[in-house]
Design a protein around this ligand. Structure first.
Ligand SMILES: [Zn+2]
Length: 261
């Protein structure tokens, strides 16, 4: 009698321990689920905030894109990687500090010494035929340039529509041209003969060491929406320039890659 009572008591307390364990396990699972849900919600908020920061067009489908790593987010905010093109206008109030690179030309002060040093080293290597034909351009003057180009095409016998299309393919609209950023340079006569010059060959071999990339490569016209321009080089800094070259990307592709797309 005494023994069976003891057994019953033992069974009872074993049952209680079992139920207690189940309850603890359920609480644990619910907490984990809660942590994941909260995390997810804050991630999508970050994604929206990042798009507003980057001054990009906010589209709802972009919210589902991958979240860039902390390191890549920092890179995407780097002034050297600022993407200005047909669909990304630079901020209207963006005014880079400028320095002279020669008597007439200006460049972003943070990159001007790299441009000067690159041209000096080129000359040291025996390439004397090299000059910056165009560097920084005031966005307000960009429109004058567009009108001049249209006029030139009209004089060549093109229709107004043709002249506008041809101009658009080589001159960015105000605030959509890298020349307005002060980080782009056009060398020599700004024509396709530059491709055959020793300066171009030198640039394709060494420009990345000074932080410059060929901005509009031949095989990327469908992405950049700009015709191949052997004379147009963009400063992005040596670390990025080397990586971009190594990966065989254009700037648009590299930015997408950093965003994790
Ligand atoms: Zn240019």
């Amino acid at each position: 009698m005494k023994d069976s009572k003891k057994k019953r008591l033992e069974l009872n307390s074993n049952g209680k321990i079992f139920i207690y364990r189940i309850v603890v396990a359920i609480i644990f699972i619910i907490s984990i689920l809660l942590v994941y849900t909260i995390n997810d919600m804050s991630n999508s908020k970050e994604s929206v905030a990042m798009q507003i920061d980057n001054d990009n067009v906010i589209t709802t489908e972009k919210i589902d894109e991958k979240i860039p790593s902390e390191e890549n987010l920092k890179k995407l905010q780097d002034w050297r990687l600022m993407l200005v093109n047909y669909e990304n206008e630079m901020p209207r109030d963006y005014k880079p500090k400028l320095s002279v690179v020669d008597e007439d030309r200006l460049f972003d002060s943070r990159a001007s010494s790299s441009l000067i040093r690159m041209m000096e080293d080129m000359r040291k290597d025996g390439i004397t035929r090299i000059w910056a034909q165009s560097a920084y351009r005031d966005p307000k003057k960009q429109d004058e340039l567009i009108q001049e180009s249209i006029q030139e095409y009209l004089e060549q016998g093109k229709t107004k529509e043709e002249a506008e299309i041809l101009t658009k393919r080589s001159i960015g609209e105000p605030y959509k041209s890298e020349h307005n950023l002060g980080l782009a340079v056009d060398f020599n006569n700004i024509d396709y003969a530059f491709e055959k010059e020793s300066a171009f060959k030198w640039l394709t071999e060494h420009a990345q060491d000074y932080g410059f990339i060929l901005r509009y490569p031949k095989d990327k016209e469908d992405i950049t929406k700009i015709k191949y321009e052997p004379w147009h080089w963009r400063y992005v800094g040596p670390e990025y320039a080397k990586e971009i070259k190594e990966k065989g990307m254009c700037l648009e592709e590299y930015i997408d890659y950093l965003k994790g797309n």
